[in-house]
Design a protein around this ligand. Structure first.
Ligand code: BV8
Length: 248
């Protein structure tokens, strides 16, 4: 399906000096990662709002780790899609850039993004519940569930932000700063429901930035958007890249 891109949007992209991008599960949907709210989404089989919480982990660390081990197994073979690659290319094209992702799948980094904050952590990192040490752990499947710290034997937890937990202060500060300073804010593949991530486009808009939303559906953020492109992230990314003469 040929996506029509407004001429003024292409011009704004070419002229942008400071760009911030916020992504959600929708940017990884075409890579095969289930979204939270989609018809085959994670929220259907499980209730992340119940499982992705410190209370659930305290009550049943084995169940929570089975869910994360299943997701890790699902995500491990998946590749970035044109949307991830477009965002990685955009990073090198503008003087001032920050990608802010709610996703924990690591696909932005796999696509080459480096100026990136992971607001909600990373599924490939584990943290000792006693020592607080963070390590990368890409074993799929995990040899034992729940995994234990090899140093002190305490339970390991996923190094992600659960509901009711505060976001990493430095990541949130960097994200807020980018939202305040940018002249163009792209919002890609998020339902705009989870806070404080969902407040970032509002901050950008209040500071006079142009806001571009890319989403097949309307969201609570749509009214904020200067342009809301009703399409899949990968498709729109290919159409934008064509306009800019980029390969993605
Ligand atoms: C905090 C990591 C406070 C774990 C995640 C009542 C009102 C307002 C707020 C609250 C409230 N009650 C509680 C809160 C706060 C809560 C919150 O916002 N709850 C919501 C549900 C109401 N927030 C928190 O708890 C946060 N912490 O507030 O701390 C605090 C303060 C001081 C001291 C202590 C505490 C922490 C939130 C982080 C939770 N962790 N993930 C894991 O993943 O396992 S959240 C997780 O869900 C994701 O990271 C993401 O943020 C969210 C899912 O949203 P999306 O990414 O947008 O995905 P979704 O499926 O919803 O939508 C997909 C979109 O893509 C759709 O729009 C769809 O149309 C689109 N799409 C589909 N296909 C495509 C596409 N788009 C483009 N292309 C496609 N092909």
């Amino acid at each position: 399906m040929e996506m029509r891109i407004p001429r003024e949007l292409v011009k704004a992209l070419v002229e942008a000096r400071r760009v911030a991008v916020l992504t959600g599960a929708g940017v990884s949907a075409e890579s095969g990662v289930p979204t939270f709210r989609g018809k085959d989404g994670l929220w259907r089989r499980y209730s992340p709002q119940e499982l992705a919480t410190p209370q659930a982990f305290a009550r049943d660390p084995k169940l929570v780790w089975e869910w994360y081990d299943w997701r890790r197994g699902l995500i491990a073979p998946l590749e970035p899609n044109p949307a991830h690659r477009f965002i990685a290319r955009l990073e090198g094209e503008v003087p001032d850039f920050l990608l802010i992702t709610q996703n924990i799948d690591g696909l932005h980094e796999k696509a080459g993004s480096r100026k990136l904050v992971e607001l909600h952590g990373n599924i490939w990192k584990v943290r000792c519940t006693r020592e607080g040490t963070v390590k990368e752990d890409r074993r799929v499947p995990l040899p034992e569930i729940p995994p234990k710290c090899e140093n002190c034997g305490a339970l390991l937890r996923p190094h992600v932000v659960w509901f009711g937990e505060s976001l990493p202060v430095d990541a949130l500060e960097e994200a807020m700063g980018a939202a305040e300073e940018c002249d163009l804010f792209l919002v890609v593949g998020t339902s705009g429901v989870v806070y404080p991530a969902a407040s970032l486009p509002q901050v950008a808009r209040s500071r006079g930035a142009l806001v571009v939303e890319i989403n097949p559906e309307e969201t609570p953020l749509t009214p904020l958007a200067t342009w809301s492109l009703r399409g899949k992230a990968g498709e729109v990314a290919k159409a934008l890249a064509r306009e800019l003469g980029w390969e993605v």
